[in-house]
Design a protein around this ligand. Structure first.
Ligand code: TXA
Ligand code: MG
Length: 328
């Protein structure tokens, strides 16, 4: 099988109705979608990704009224956040109904749900009467895909169809917030919506991001989102190490770039940038394609500069931290 890339929504629906896999565009990253109520179809997602079954999936919906079939309670603060950010990069962990198969939730009594903000996928979702289970469309542990070509490169031989919706605009996965303790909402993964944006709507929330031994949120595994290229921190590098190296700077305006650029002739390094115009949204949307390009260029190691530790920079640095952790 070699996946076709196209923009055919009826064809995508046909494949999904028959239990097949379709890669779908979202504003965050491309998802590898199957009918979320069909256990066998969902099992084939895990097989294609080589993903362990203990890692639960997000269900994607296009209409708010589908939520009632999937979750048994939507606390008022969750509702407020949905009103503010849906469709968009915010995923809710809520108590599940018995309609949701155990394979989706890894046997837990909670389910993760979101409404993605991408017109093509919303059009598709609004024409079907089941939710789409969809993890990021990459082999488990590797960098998430932000274009149809990224999906094709790695999973093209394992799926039926790639619905092309262009490059992902946000470029980082959704933020995940759990309301399993209704009065104590808790962020489980940093992503496209910042903690401050959430707190502006519902007040203070907790964060439980670094429990990397917690198998119920493996997006939090120490090593994840990793290119084969080794990522080294620029701030710990000696000048002599930088000789003939490749450096991914945060932006041309960063202090360290300003310092090093004067020595570019002597050190002879190759400079790349997460953002050319020094904006966190651009850095986020470029992040994964830059990490992939390092592998495409066959680089074995590069130096990189952290994003500023605020706003989306926190989510960018979270991905970089996991990406730099060496594979076993
Ligand atoms: O932006 C996104 O969220 C993308 C697009 C495709 O929507 N999807 C995505 O899926 O990032 P995935 O499978 O790569 O990451 C889903 C994360 C995992 O870390 C998983 O552990 C967590 O969601 N998750 C899913 N269900 C959960 C649950 N019931 N409780 C806690 N964490 C859950
Ligand atoms: Mg993923």
């Amino acid at each position: 099988m070699i996946a076709e890339i196209g923009t055919d929504i009826p064809k995508s629906i046909d494949i999904l109705r028959n239990g097949g896999l379709v890669a779908i565009p979202t504003e965050t990253v491309y998802g590898l979608a199957a009918n979320g109520l069909n256990e066998i179809a969902v099992a084939s997602i895990f097989a294609a990704k080589n993903r362990p079954f203990f890692d639960p999936l997000i269900l994607h919906i296009g209409k708010p009224n589908m939520l009632n079939q999937l979750v048994s309670n939507v606390p008022q603060n969750a509702k407020k956040l949905m009103d503010a950010f849906w469709p968009g990069p915010l995923t809710f962990v809520l108590p599940k109904t018995k309609n949701v198969p155990d394979i989706v939730t890894a046997g837990q009594d909670s389910v993760a749900v979101r409404m993605p903000n991408h017109q093509t996928t919303l059009n598709l979702l609004n024409k079907i009467d089941f939710p789409l289970a969809a993890p990021s469309a990459n082999p488990f542990g590797y960098v998430s895909p932000t274009s149809a070509a990224h999906v094709f490169d790695q999973l093209g031989a394992k799926i039926d169809y790639i619905l092309d919706g262009g490059n992902c605009t946000v470029g980082l996965e959704s933020t995940i917030i759990s309301f399993m303790d209704e009065s104590n909402p808790c962020i489980l993964r940093l992503g496209g919506i910042t903690k401050i944006e959430i707190e502006n709507i519902i007040g203070p929330v907790n964060e439980r991001i670094h429990q990397n031994s917690n198998p119920t949120a493996p997006g939090q595994l120490d090593q994840h989102y990793s290119p084969f290229c080794k990522l080294k921190e620029l701030k710990n590098a000696d000048a002599e190490n930088l000789q003939n190296s490749t450096i991914v700077f945060y932006s041309p305006e960063s202090n360290i770039h300003q310092q090093l650029i004067n020595q570019k002739e002597i050190l002879n390094f190759q400079a790349l940038y997460f953002t050319e115009n020094n904006t966190e949204t651009q850095a986020a949307s470029n992040l994964f394609s830059i990490l992939r390009d390092l592998d495409a260029k066959g680089l074995s190691e590069v130096y990189f500069e952290w994003a500023p530790n605020e706003g989306l920079g926190l989510a960018i640095n979270d991905r970089l931290k996991r990406a730099m952790t060496k594979r076993d």
